[in-house]
Design a protein around this ligand. Sequence first.
Ligand SMILES: C[S@@+](CC[C@H](N)C(=O)[O-])C[C@H]1O[C@@H](n2cnc3c(N)ncnc32)[C@H](O)[C@@H]1O
Length: 443
Amino acid sequence: MSEDVSDDWPGVVHREGRTLTRVSMAPDSSRSGPVSRRGGGVFLNPAMSGSRTRSVLLLDYAMESGMLGEGTVYALDGLAASGIRARRWLNELPANKAERLDVAISDLDKNSLSWAMRSHDEFPPVHGKGSLKSSVGDLRKVVLAHGRHWVDIDPFGSPLPFLDVSLQSLARSGVIEVSATDTAALTGSSRGAMLRRYGSRVRTDGLAHDSALRVMMGNLARTAARHDRAIEPLLSIWDSHHLRVSSRVVRSKEGANLMEEGLGWRVHSPTEAEVECSVESGLHPELSMDSLPMTCLLPLSFPVNRRDSRVSGPLWVGSLGDQGAMHSMTEQKAMRMCVAEYEEGDIAGWSKRDFEMEKRRVLRSVRNIESEGSVIDAAHHILVDDLSSWLGVGSPPSPTLMVEELRKLGYRASLAHYGKPSFKTDASWDDIVEVSLGHQPPM
Ligand SMILES: C[S@@+](CC[C@H](N)C(=O)[O-])C[C@H]1O[C@@H](n2cnc3c(N)ncnc32)[C@H](O)[C@@H]1O
């Protein structure tokens, strides 16, 4: 491998989570958003570190839960670049799980994989367990070489070209994690691209990121169904410039036949008839209809006018995550598995403050996820800015206060891991309005 490494090897030592790697230039971990595709060396975007931390935690949960079987777990980091994601799985999972991992990294870029393997040689997993190999080539070929329990697709842009083959390659029960960075398409601001690629429309409002996650999950469900498979969503997150959905996929013709039951529409400012249908379909809690909610979900069978600007979809109307998986993403677990302790004379030249900043990034990556797990199937995702405008009150209610009050009324409620201040709840719309107005009556 080493002879393939480009001239700028050894570059510098960088740390992400508890894992060391070599990169051509130290990345600026304080920035978010996309980074340019480099003019040499190896690609590593620090803005995706949160997604990689969650990937470590999710793999740990999936192995613990038994959904990947009890034997060797074949995992593929299909668009691996520096290989940091796969190397974090191996290094940060405990020894008893890492020893079951047979991990492959693949990429079209031979040079990237050389950096990855050489970094792996220099900084092997601390417990010395698990195996890593690399495979240069097009993911669409590499992925079909044999079955996998875990496939990660993290492309520049849309993951769609890789979905079909990756789903086909999954074991009877496996997990797929899919990122997308074609955000203009996914949030509906590039309408043509959204319709062409994903076959959906998304209303460009505060919930556009949530709708985009649902559109991606819907595409995953449809593609899986074509291969007699059904999805069971584990986690869906929008983070800075990208989204990521993770789902268990099981081989089941019966499950695949039911795929359309998970699909539908989101309607902004719904009519009475639309809200009634949503309630009857189990997609919305009962309400008095004295005041209508800001949005509701509708089943695919509901006759919507697809050109109606209130409508987003088709999209996934089922749960965007799994309670168990999300409950497992605690700050304590993230600290235990993914945070390194400061040591004098650190090999990456990090100061105490650098360690502290990395710890904060790790903790931020799981913020609210554990508690959101309790309401991940709930109908309401409420942005407090939208709520105050909708109700005509001066300033948005505190989401924390809303959650506390709704819980006191016996509902499930939690802050959401979302880019805008928001909460999720299974409360009736009447009580959401009452609690909100109780804190600030209309102007
Ligand atoms: C966004 S980067 C991956 C980042 C990486 N997963 C991480 O966590 O740092 C996308 C990678 O996909 C690779 N790539 C693009 N098209 C590919 C294909 N058809 N098959 C394999 N690799 C491909 C690129 O060379 C690039 O390294």
